[in-house]
Design a binder for this molecule. Structure first.
Ligand code: DC
Length: 229
């Protein structure tokens, strides 16, 4: 019989981590958690509560605010997909806007925010049988995950992929704006003081610049098999 494992998928933004991790979870019947969505939901909450001024988080009321923000996931009975919730309200669309994307790296660098989210992420992983994607899953959240993958792709290819997604959703954006956002987030994610984005020593690199999702699945299947035996 195969054992249940924890799969950590880290890497740069817009590398297709979510599609990749979601598909693995679906194939294995595992729980999929998008940890980036949790930081996005907190960012949205801070915006709604007036805690951000000119791109800077106001210190006053920060701790109080974090405690009051309930981030979670609920299953949409129609689509059968999990959707991110903030204080019980589905915010899946609002957290994907460019205004949230522009501020999320700043919020994700706040230590109190990270402590709260990591605690929640570990609780979600207690039963194993989980695929979680993010930036610090293999290094901080689940350092003993049985399989760690570090994803990367050329910035321009990532920007083109995201542009396509956003246009399909009817958002008004252009390639230069998205590329600038991706490059800024790469920089902030890698240089922040707490839990910066870095490859765990035992993570395996997947550069999917020129790979289809099917090719990525073939690539990962062997690794999974070795670990669940
Ligand atoms: O994966 P994403 O682009 O939705 O993530 C949004 C932001 O959240 C990203 O800029 C970095 C941050 N993040 C993080 O700091 N740690 C994680 N585990 C996941 C995301």
């Amino acid at each position: 019989m195969s054992k249940k494992i924890v799969i950590a998928v880290d890497g740069f933004s817009s590398c297709g981590k979510s599609s990749f991790a979601k598909l693995i979870a679906q194939r294995l019947g595992y729980l999929y958690i998008d940890s980036g969505a949790m930081y996005r939901a907190v960012t949205l909450g801070f915006i709604q509560n007036g805690l951000i001024e000119n791109g800077v988080v106001k210190g006053d009321g920060l701790l109080d605010n974090i405690k009051r923000l309930e981030v979670g996931f609920s299953l949409n009975p129609k689509t059968k997909k999990h959707e991110t919730t903030l204080n019980g309200v589905v915010v899946e669309e609002q957290i994907r806007t460019i205004s949230v994307a522009n501020l999320v790296s700043v919020i994700a660098a706040v230590s109190e925010v990270r402590e709260r989210m990591v605690e929640l992420q570990r609780k979600l992983g207690i039963g194993k049988g989980i695929v979680m994607d993010g930036r610090d899953i293999g290094t901080v959240v689940f350092p003993s995950a049985e399989l760690k993958i570090f994803m990367t792709a050329e910035p321009k290819i990532r920007a083109e992929r995201r542009l396509k997604e956003m246009i399909e959703k009817g958002q008004e954006v252009n390639l230069a704006e998205i590329l600038a956002n991706i490059e800024e987030r790469d920089y902030l994610d890698q240089t922040r003081a707490i839990s910066p984005l870095r490859k765990a020593d035992d993570a395996i690199i997947l550069d999917n610049s020129l790979m289809t999702i099917d090719e990525q699945m073939v690539w990962v299947e062997k690794l999974i098999e070795e670990r669940i035996k």
